[in-house]
Design a protein around this ligand. Structure first.
Ligand code: ADP
Ligand code: MG
Length: 583
C-alpha cells in the first residue's frame, strides 16, 4: 500500500539529508552567524557535538515575531524572488537548516535584534515549539542544540566516536575561521578553549593561533598577481613537510573549498623539493573573477572547478614557486634545546585532533554568478605589506671551508650555510643530463680508451627500446657483438668515471622496463642513476668548490637534489646567538 508519509516522518528523513553529523549542525549554525553579520562568534561542543552544541553570536538577531518562522522549512530571509538565486552572497539561502536541525534534536534559540528592547526564547523539540517567551538577553543569537538524533536512534549508529566527531568539527571550524579573518571565532571543546582568533584580519596570526606556533618560522609568504587574479597566503619551506595534506587549506573568493587542481599546482611547485609522499603546508587565498569559475558546478559541491584549468594551475604554481626562491626557503637548523612552552602544549591537542582527519570537508561552495560585471574581491585580511621576495643568490655566499670532506661551509650577512657536496653534484649532473637529453645538439667528449659493457639478456633483447635514449643523453654507444656494447663518446660535462658509473646504473634500471617512451619514467630512471653514479666524500680544492657552486647556481632547482634532499641548509645568525645566550 502506498501511503503519504506523515509530516513529522518526512521531516526527519529530509533532515537526515542535510544533517548527517554534528559537524553539519555546527557548520549551518556558524554560517547563519556569519550571514547575520556577526564579528564575534563562540562555538561550544560536548561529546563531539552529539549531546551539546552551542553557537553564540553578536549578529543582527531575529525579530520575535519571526523567530518561529525561522524554524519552518524553506523559511529564509536571504532570498525572496527566484532571480535572487543568481546573486547569492550569503552562505545559506535554502531555509532548511534550522528546520532540519529542530526535527532531529532539542533546540533552544535565544535572540534579540538591535531595535527590540527585549529578546525572545524558543524551545523546539522534534519540530514542535514547546516554548516561546520574552526574555532579557544581549543583542545577537544563541542557538543550543542538545541530544542530536534523540528521536531517530537509527541515525545515531552512523556517528563515529566523540573524538571522531570532534575532529571533524575542529577541522571545519578551523578552516572557516581562517577564511573569515575579520571575525573573532572561539571554539570550545568541553571545558577547553581550543582557539580564539583575534578577528583583526591578520592571516598569519590566525594561522598560528589555530594551527600552532610551531608552524610559524617555516612559513613563507605568497603574494602574486597576474591581471586580476591574486594569490596570497603562506606555504611551508621545503624543510617542513607533512605526511598528509591536512594543512593544505584553500580559500577561493572568500569560500573554503577543496580543489584537486590547487593540490596539483602545489605538488608541481614543490616538485623535486620534497620526497615522494611528503606534502607542504599551504594556506592559499585566491581571488579570481567569478567568470573564471565553472558556473555549471552545483553550489553544494565541495570541490571547486575552474573555467580554464591550465591558466589557474600555472598561475598558482608560479605564485608558490616565487615564494620558494627566497633564502628563508632553505631548511634551517634550529636550536631546539629549550623544549616546548605550555602554550604550545595546548596547541598540540588541536594538531593531534586534526592530524588524522582530512577526508571530510563539508564546506559548501557558493558561487557568485553575476551576469554583467565581473565580480572580483581582493583576498580579505592582512598579509605582510611587502613580502620579502629576495631571491636567494648563491653568489652572496662566501665560502669559508669544508667539513668531513662532505660539506662546504659558507656564510653571508645573516646566515651560516652547509652545502652537501654530493647532493649539489647530483643536482647539477641530473639537470645537465636532462637538458642534454632534450637538446638537439649534443656536446660530447671522445674517450681515448672506449668503454666496454656487458649487459644481461633482457636488456640486450630490448635494445630497440633504450639505445636511442642513451644516445640522446650524449653517449655514443654501439653494439659490439652479442651482449657487449662499446661507448666511444660520453657527455662533455661529466667526469669520465661518473659517466661510466652512470651508464652502468642505467643498464640496471632498464632491466624489467617495458616502455621508456613515457618521459616521466625516463626522468625517474635518470634521476635514480644519478644518485648511484655520484659518490660523495671527496676532498674538493677551492677552485672545484667555486666551480660546483657556479654550476649549482645555473640549475633550475638548486636547493635540493633530484630526490628531494636539500643541497643547502642554513643556521641563522640569530639562532647561533641564541645558542650562546647572547640574545
Ligand atoms: P537560511 O540560512 O538558508 O536562510 P536557516 O534555516 O539556516 O536558513 O535560517 C533561517 C533564517 O533564520 C535565516 O534566513 C535568518 O533570517 C534567520 N537566522 C538563523 N540564524 C540566525 C542568526 N544566527 N542570526 C540572525 N538570523 C538568523
Ligand atoms: Mg542557514
Amino acid at each position: 500500500m502506498i501511503k503519504v508519509l506523515e509530516k513529522n516522518i518526512a521531516d526527519k528523513i529530509a533532515a537526515g539529508e542535510v544533517i548527517d553529523r554534528p559537524v553539519s549542525i555546527v557548520k549551518e549554525l556558524l554560517e547563519n552567524s556569519l550571514d547575520a553579520g556577526s564579528d564575534s562568534i563562540t562555538l561550544q561542543i560536548q561529546n563531539g557535538g552529539k549531546s551539546y552544541i552551542r553557537v553564540s553570536d553578536n549578529g543582527c538577531g531575529i525579530a520575535h515575531e519571526e523567530a518561529e518562522t525561522a524554524f519552518m522549512r524553506h523559511a529564509t530571509s536571504k532570498i525572496s524572488a527566484a532571480k535572487d538565486l543568481n546573486a547569492i552572497e550569503t552562505l545559506g539561502f535554502r531555509g532548511e537548516a534550522l528546520a532540519s536541525i529542530c526535527a532531529v534534536s532539542r533546540v533552544e534559540l535565544i535572540t534579540k535584534t538591535k531595535e527590540s528592547k527585549t529578546g525572545c526564547k524558543l524551545v523546539v523539540e522534534g519540530s514542535q515549539v514547546l516554548e516561546n517567551t520574552v526574555t532579557g538577553c544581549p543583542e545577537g543569537t544563541t542557538v543550543t542544540v542538545r541530544d542530536l538524533f534523540y528521536n531517530v536512534p537509527a541515525r545515531r549508529k552512523f556517528l563515529s566516536t566523540d573524538n571522531g566527531e570532534t575532529r571533524r568539527i575542529v577541522d571545519m571550524v578551523s578552516r572557516i575561521a581562517l577564511s573569515y579573518s575579520d571575525v573573532r571565532i572561539s571554539l570550545i571543546n568541553g571545558n577547553t578553549t581550543l582557539f580564539t582568533t583575534q578577528g583583526k584580519g591578520n592571516i598569519l596570526n590566525n594561522i598560528l593561533t589555530i594551527y600552532g606556533k610551531d608552524l610559524g618560522d617555516d612559513l613563507l609568504p605568497v603574494d602574486y598577481r597576474v591581471n586580476n587574479c591574486v594569490i596570497k597566503g603562506y606555504v611551508s619551506s621545503p624543510g617542513k613537510s607533512l605526511a598528509s595534506r591536512s594543512r593544505q587549506i584553500f580559500c577561493v573568493n572568500g569560500r573554503v573549498v577543496t580543489s584537486k587542481l590547487l593540490e596539483k599546482s602545489i605538488d608541481d611547485a614543490y616538485k623535486e623539493k620534497l620526497f615522494a609522499g611528503r606534502f607542504p603546508v599551504a594556506f592559499l587565498f585566491v581571488a579570481i573573477p567569478a567568470i573564471k569559475l565553472d558556473v555549471n558546478i552545483h553550489p553544494t559541491k565541495k570541490e571547486i572547478r575552474f573555467d580554464d584549468n591550465s591558466e589557474i594551475e600555472d598561475f598558482v604554481k608560479e605564485g608558490i614557486k616565487r615564494a620558494l626562491t627566497v633564502k628563508e626557503s632553505i631548511p634551517q637548523i634550529k636550536n631546539d634545546l629549550k623544549g616546548k612552552k605550555s602554550q604550545d602544549r595546548k596547541q598540540v591537542d588541536i594538531n593531534s585532533l586534526l592530524s588524522t582527519l582530512r577526508e571530510e570537508i563539508t564546506d559548501r561552495v557558493v558561487l557568485e554568478v553575476h551576469e554583467e560585471k565581473e565580480v572580483y574581491n581582493e583576498p580579505k585580511g592582512i598579509y605582510p605589506k611587502k613580502p620579502a621576495y629576495r631571491p636567494f643568490d648563491i653568489d652572496s655566499v662566501k665560502i669559508i671551508g669544508t667539513l668531513f670532506n662532505t660539506y662546504i661551509l659558507g656564510n653571508d650577512d645573516d646566515n651560516f650555510y652547509l652545502i652537501d657536496q654530493h647532493a649539489a653534484h647530483e643536482r647539477i649532473f641530473y639537470e645537465r643530463l636532462l637538458s642534454q637529453y632534450n637538446a638537439e645538439e649534443k656536446t660530447q667528449q671522445r674517450l681515448l680508451v672506449p668503454l666496454n659493457f656487458n649487459v644481461d639478456a633482457q636488456v640486450y633483447a630490448t635494445e630497440d627500446m633504450w639505445i636511442d635514449k642513451v644516445r640522446d643523453l650524449g653517449y655514443d654507444i654501439e653494439n659490439f657483438g652479442s651482449k657487449t656494447y662499446i661507448v666511444r663518446e660520453v657527455p662533455a660535462f661529466i667526469d669520465i668515471i661518473d659517466a661510466e658509473a652512470f651508464i652502468r646504473e642505467i643498464f640496471i634500471e632498464f632491466e624489467g622496463k617495458q616502455n621508456l617512451s613515457n618521459k616521466g619514467v625516463l626522468e625517474k630512471i635518470i634521476m635514480r642513476s644519478c644518485k648511484s653514479a655520484i659518490k660523495g666524500g671527496d676532498h674538493l680544492e677551492s677552485e672545484e668548490i667555486d666551480g660546483l657552486l657556479k654550476d649549482l647556481k645555473a640549475c633550475v632547482n638548486p636547493f635540493s637534489c633530484p630526490h628531494g634532499r636539500p643541497t643547502f641548509v642554513r643556521m641563522s645568525k640569530y639562532e647561533i646567538e641564541k645558542m650562546f645566550k647572547r640574545v
